[in-house]
Ligand binder design. Structure first.
Ligand SMILES: [Zn+2]
Length: 441
């Protein structure tokens, strides 16, 4: 008995040693090619419109190897993830955010009148905005304007310090026309903090952002922000051209903000990469956008947001009426742009508690005449093109970052599936949002 027990024990040990040896071999094999995952979906919808029914996305490390068919062999050692209840779409791209605009609702103030806080604290608090953004299925943002380079700090914390958040392409200080009266002792002979006193300072203002680490340039080419829906041009066409040229010389792209049509026209003529917000663009400007490939980012939904949360902002009924009127014109301009064949990007202009509602813009696009597939294209392949990342972002295809959003339902039949039914998000091969267990029966 004792002997046989001893033998059995030995053989058990041998078996265990053998198993761990095999496990080590397998681990070694997978480590050679980074960690492999095989994620099974009900369907894989690519940003370019291709659909693979029951597709299996093979991921190696942070990159997509391929989209396999349901009966293709799974690579040896791959971790199989069953997401067969859900449809995969590319992680979406929101090309207009302000991630560093955080509202502390316990401060007793409205979002625009919060007490000053240290930039370091702003960076920490913005993690809430970053998380809500991921939960909306957005894995990349173009952040268009922040103070004190807090946007650069968040981007780098995400990229280098393991913070959970979307990929960020940031602009630093947006360029804006400094307007008198100036604070006492203001040196108007040189640009600082994105403020420009004279056209000759524009190249230096652009260079300061790039030197600080900005990926993109933002210029405020007109008035208009929050409840202010005026669209008076603040930089001339020549000044916009100076900014575009300065950005290009440094290898950067530029987004120009204009609420009004004059600034919108001048931004397009100057050669901006994208035009933000503008209403009442005339047919000639829309035609020029199409022929030059200037993207339109209408941000229709952000004025819906301001009006809906008017109480928190302490906006008056008159201000809400102005926001609503602007939104109607903004929507109508988007409808005409779509009809004219202008390419759109999905930009939320999210600030404060709008984070998490980043993709509601897509509902307006479908109302304005797009199919759900076309709307999805604005938030994927078009977003990637705006960023100059069309070989790495916006598609579920070989060589692209493994940025995948899983939705419950058919996103090509109903855009609200994309807006309201995000259940799981992978960014660069890592699952960053998982609500699959919380689903209703
Ligand atoms: Zn903005």
């Amino acid at each position: 008995m004792a002997d046989s027990h001893f033998v059995a024990h030995l053989s058990g040990m041998r078996t265990r040693i053998l198993h761990s040896a095999i496990a080590a071999l397998l681990l070694g094999a997978t480590n050679l090619g980074a960690q492999l995952k095989a994620v099974r979906f009900a369907a894989v919808v690519d940003g370019s419109g291709t659909v693979t029914q029951r597709g299996v996305v093979i991921v190696s490390g942070d990159t997509i190897l391929r989209v396999a068919r349901p009966n293709d062999p799974i690579p040896q050692g791959a971790q199989v993830v069953d997401m067969s209840r859900y449809t995969a779409i590319p992680g979406m791209i929101d090309v207009h955010t302000h991630m560093t605009y955080y509202w502390d609702s316990t401060s007793g103030t409205d979002p625009w009148r919060q007490p000053q806080r240290q930039p370091e604290q702003t960076v920490q608090l913005a993690r809430w905005n970053a998380m809500r953004t991921l939960e909306s299925g957005v894995t990349t943002v173009r952040d268009l304007g922040a103070s004190n380079y807090t946007d650069i700090a968040i981007r780098d914390s995400i990229n280098k310090a393991g913070w959970i958040g979307p990929r960020m392409f940031v602009a630093g200080f947006g360029l804006q026309r400094a307007r008198p009266p100036y604070r006492p002792n203001t040196d108007t002979t040189r640009t600082q903090r994105g403020r420009v006193y004279d056209i000759s300072q524009i190249p230096e203002a652009v260079k300061q952002q790039v030197d600080a680490g900005a990926d993109y340039i933002k210029m405020y080419g007109s008035t208009g922000s929050g409840a202010d829906v005026t669209g008076n041009e603040t930089f001339s066409g020549a000044e916009m051209k100076a900014a575009v040229d300065a950005a290009r010389r440094l290898g950067k792209r530029i987004a120009i903000h204009s609420y009004g049509p004059v600034g919108g026209h001048d931004a397009v003529a100057a050669g901006a990469t994208s035009l933000e917000h503008a209403i009442d663009l005339d047919d000639a400007t829309l035609a020029e956008m199409k022929s030059k490939g200037v993207f339109y980012v209408p941000t229709v939904d952000h004025n819906r947001y301001y009006a809906e949360y008017a109480k928190d902002f302490r906006y008056t009924p008159q201000q809400v009426a102005a926001l609503d009127s602007f939104r109607v014109l903004n929507f109508e301009t988007a409808r005409r742009a779509i009809k004219a064949g202008v390419k759109l990007g999905m930009g939320s202009d999210a600030v404060f508690h709008m984070f998490g509602q980043n993709t509601r813009e897509l509902g307006w696009y479908v109302k304005a005449g797009m199919t759900p597939a076309q709307a999805l294209g604005t938030a994927t392949v078009n977003g990637a093109a705006i960023l100059g990342q069309d070989k790495k972002l916006g598609r579920i295809a070989p060589g692209y970052f493994a940025d995948i959003t899983a939705v419950e339902g058919d996103p090509l039949a109903d855009i609200n599936v994309v807006i309201d039914k995000v259940r799981w998000v992978m960014k660069g091969g890592t699952v960053v949002v998982d609500k699959t267990a919380a689903r209703s029966p």
